[in-house]
Design a protein around this ligand. Structure first.
Ligand SMILES: NC(=O)c1ccc[n+]([C@@H]2O[C@H](COP(=O)([O-])OP(=O)(O)OC[C@H]3O[C@@H](n4cnc5c(N)ncnc54)[C@H](OP(=O)(O)O)[C@@H]3O)[C@@H](O)[C@H]2O)c1
Length: 265
C-alpha cells in the first residue's frame, strides 16, 4: 500500500496529484492544504471519491508547528513526500530586482518567498524524515521551476519573478543538501520542473492568452518548446518520473521528462 503526502492540494497541480494518485485504490494519499475549510475543490473531490483513500490534513508552509502536527497524525511511515505547495503569484512579481518601490519592500518580498518556498519545505522534510526512512520507496520530490535556473533566466530573458525564482533555486539546493546527507541511506531527493502548466485562474483561452508572451519568449530560444500543458499531462509525467527515479538521480534538478532541469531549452 504505497503512501504519498502532497502539500498545496487545494487547487492546481497539488489537487491533480491527489486525483491521479487516489485513482489507484492501493495508494494511500495524504492531502495537505494550508486552509482546509477553504479548499472546497479538494473537499468536494474527496467527498465524492469512491476509494476513500484520501486523508485531508491542514498545514501552512509558514507554520512549522502545524507541519509537525501533520507528521504526527500521518504517523508510522511514508513512501513519497511531494513538496508542491508554494507562493507563486504576487502583485510585484513583474518587477525586476532594481525596480522595487523601496528597499524595505524588496527585502520583505524576498523574505516572504524564502519563508514559504524554502524554509517551509525544509521544516516539512525534517518533520517527515523519520516516516520516509521507515517507508518503502523513500522518495522526496520538490516541485521546482526553470525560473530558478540561471541558464534559463539568462537565455529567455526571465528577469522578473524574482523572489519566486530565487526561492526555487534555493529549494533546489536544499534538496541537494539532503541528497548529500542521505545518499548512503537510500533516501532520494529530487527537484522536478513541471512545465508551463495551465493552473492559472480563467478559461483555457484566457490562460493561453495571458501566458502567450512567456511561450513566445521561450520559443524564440527553443522553437520546439511544447507551450502550455494541462495539470493532467504534467502530473502524469511527474508521477512516471518519480516511479522511475533511482538513487543515481538523487540531488538532481530535472524537467518532468527526465532532462536536466537547467538544460530544458
Ligand atoms: N503552473 C506552472 O506553470 C508551474 C511552473 C513551474 C513550477 N510550478 C510549481 O508547481 C507547484 C504547484 O503550482 P500550481 O501551478 O499548482 O500553483 P497554484 O495553482 O497557485 O497552487 C499553489 C498551491 O500552493 C498552496 N500554497 C500557497 N501558499 C502556501 C503556503 N504558505 N503553505 C502551503 N501551501 C501554500 C496553495 O494553497 P491556497 O489555495 O490556500 O492558496 C495552492 O494549493 C508550485 O510549487 C509551483 O511553484 C508551477
Amino acid at each position: 500500500m504505497p503512501s504519498y503526502l502532497v502539500t498545496g492540494t487545494s487547487r492546481g497541480l497539488g489537487l491533480e496529484f491527489v486525483k491521479s494518485l487516489s485513482s489507484d485504490p492501493s495508494n494511500t494519499v495524504f492531502a495537505v492544504a494550508r486552509n482546509l475549510p477553504n479548499a472546497t475543490q479538494l473537499l468536494d473531490f474527496v467527498a465524492g471519491h469512491p476509494h476513500k483513500n484520501v486523508h485531508t490534513l491542514e498545514a501552512d508552509n509558514d507554520d512549522r508547528d502545524a507541519i509537525k502536527k501533520v507528521a504526527e497524525i500521518t504517523g508510522g511511515s511514508l513512501d513519497v513526500l511531494i513538496l508542491n505547495g508554494a507562493l507563486m503569484m504576487h502583485e510585484r512579481g513583474v518587477l525586476n530586482l532594481d525596480q522595487f518601490p523601496s528597499e524595505d519592500i524588496l527585502e520583505e518580498d524576498l523574505l516572504r518567498y524564502f519563508k514559504t518556498n524554502v524554509i517551509g519545505p525544509i521544516h516539512t522534510v525534517n518533520a517527515f524524515l523519520p516516516l520516509l526512512k521507515a517507508g518503502e520507496k523513500k522518495k522526496c520530490i520538490a516541485i521546482s521551476s526553470p525560473i530558478g535556473a540561471p541558464k534559463f533566466c539568462v537565455r529567455v530573458g526571465a528577469s522578473q519573478g524574482t523572489g519566486y525564482g530565487i526561492s526555487k533555486a534555493a529549494l533546489n539546493l536544499a534538496m541537494a543538501k539532503y541528497a548529500a546527507k542521505y545518499k548512503n541511506e537510500g533516501l532520494l531527493f529530487l527537484s522536478v520542473t513541471p512545465g508551463l502548466v495551465r493552473t492559472f485562474p480563467g478559461t483555457r483561452e484566457e490562460v493561453e492568452k495571458r501566458l502567450s508572451p512567456n511561450v513566445a519568449r521561450i520559443r524564440a530560444v527553443n522553437p520546439n518548446f511544447e507551450g502550455t500543458i494541462s495539470p493532467e499531462e504534467s502530473v502524469r509525467d511527474i508521477l512516471a518520473l518519480i516511479e522511475k527515479a533511482t538513487m543515481a538521480d538523487t540531488g538532481r534538478v530535472v524537467h518532468r521528462d527526465g532532462r536536466d532541469g537547467d538544460e530544458m531549452l
